[in-house]
Design a protein around this ligand. Structure first.
Ligand code: ASP
Length: 434
């Protein structure tokens, strides 16, 4: 019989108020307290950052073994190779389609609300130097690891996905002879989920440390001049999740969008504070399986793929910031430029790594393609963390939305868990405080 962590962790005295709270409530408390403490402490809140770094390091530790083992288990549990191909194609189509919508929302809002008009920036010689963004061909070629152990050591998720898919397929083709290895990966994957559960106990504290640091670092005087562009990115992100995603969940998936949002709370809080969708992956997989009832096979395949290639928030941000820079520097864009931005940002999102600040580097690719001044990057770089928090959260919400729709269409969604677990958790948490 499976043991939950609560059964296996040693008892430490009487259950207090804190222990009885559901994890998502603890995380929200950590976030709010962090924001308050950080605002009060100002730049001194930097000293709380190590608590956040500790948490980030702990979740980073999980990513490679978790993705590798669970992806192999995902492939070997889908013995029908045609089904795997279908799930892969469906996911990629959804991922790219929703990204194109995201950037269109970003462009429309930035046209409508014109956050850069009136800034009158002058072009100077010293262009902001961004890191070189990889070309699409490079990204595609890089997907195949020349050395899989190197890919695992470097934590290159796309390469790990390709190798794990190949190894999983090969194990399927081996039949009986492949079974012992499959069992080893199943057992390791199970242990990694358990370790994720243990690390998530640190989340409220990590989130507190990160929130305090960000709130202390970015005082109002840094944010105010650029408040318009920040607001446009945040409004766009809210519309994309609360209107577009929930719309797709109810219309295409015929599912209750409130359950979807509830299941998102933990991963969204981790994404918001860590600004890394790859880093959030363990929390996203845990929530998809336990809160929303997505099967192991689908969650371990579609979510890592999404964390790597699906960046709706990043695309939306690139749409807004590209137009913001055009407006600030007084550059007129043609209709063809808008189309180019949509295409480039959608494709660039495939190559954007799910790590902090990656979107800013890819922005240089979009700006170069339409001939916008790279100096604009310097303005955006100053507030990028604040924008990254919103866009990473949307990236993770998008991964979860597509995973739910694919699971539903493949009959791999346990709707009892989807509809009930949130309510059950509350009840469990309440009863443990009594
Ligand atoms: N931080 C984002 C993510 O991890 C990527 C980006 O910078 O846009 O999803």
């Amino acid at each position: 019989m499976q043991q939950t962590l609560d059964q296996t962790m040693p008892e430490t005295g009487r259950p207090g108020l804190w222990r009885g709270l559901a994890l998502w409530k603890k995380i929200l408390i950590g976030m709010v307290l962090g924001a308050i403490v950080g605002t009060l402490m100002g730049p001194d809140a930097e000293m709380l950052k190590p608590i956040g770094t500790l948490f980030i390091n702990a979740i980073k530790m999980l990513i490679v073994p978790l993705v590798f083992c669970s992806l192999i288990v995902g492939v070997t549990s889908m013995e029908d190779t045609r089904k795997m191909g279908r799930v892969g194609l469906k996911s990629v189509a959804f991922y790219l389609g929703t990204t194109a919508v995201a950037i269109t929302i970003g462009l429309s809002l930035a046209t409508l609300l014109a956050p850069g008009v009136g800034l009158n920036m002058e072009l100077t010689e010293a262009a902001a130097a961004g890191k070189e963004a990889p070309t699409l061909v490079q990204t595609l070629l890089n997907m195949i690891p020349k050395n899989p152990v190197g890919a695992l050591a470097a934590g290159n998720i796309l390469q790990i996905i390709v190798f794990a898919l190949g190894l999983g397929l090969a194990l399927n083709f081996c039949g009986e002879k492949g079974k012992p290895a499959v069992r080893v990966f199943e057992s390791l994957a199970e242990a990694m989920y358990k370790l994720t559960e243990m690390v998530m106990y640190l989340a409220p504290f990590g989130v507190f440390g990160l929130m305090a640091w960000v709130s202390g670092k970015y005082g109002l005087d840094i944010l105010l001049p650029l408040i318009k562009v920040i607001s446009v990115v945040y409004i766009g992100c809210l519309i994309h999740v609360l209107v577009f995603y929930t719309g797709l969940i109810s219309v295409l998936g015929r599912l209750n969008p409130l359950r979807y949002l509830k299941g998102l709370i933990n991963p969204a809080a981790v994404a918001f504070t860590t600004t890394s969708s790859s880093g959030t992956l363990p929390a996203t997989i845990k929530s998809a399986r336990e809160e929303l009832g997505v099967s192991k096979g689908i969650s371990s395949f579609v979510l890592p793929l999404g964390a790597t290639i699906n960046m709706d928030g990043t695309a939306l941000y690139q749409g807004v910031t590209a137009l913001f820079i055009a407006q600030a520097f007084g550059v007129d864009l043609e209709f063809a430029d808008y189309v180019t931005i949509i295409l480039t940002a959608t494709l660039a999102s495939i190559g954007t790594a799910g790590v902090p600040g990656a979107g800013l580097i890819m922005l240089s690719l979009v700006l170069t393609t339409v001939g916008l001044p790279l100096e604009g990057l310097a303005i955006i770089a100053g507030i990028d963390r604040i924008l990254d928090m919103a866009r990473t959260t949307v990236n993770v919400c998008g991964d979860m939305m597509v995973t739910l729709l694919v699971a539903k269409s493949e009959e791999e969604l346990d709707e009892n868990t989807f509809n009930k677990v949130a309510a059950d958790n509350e009840a469990k948490a309440k009863s443990s405080t009594v």
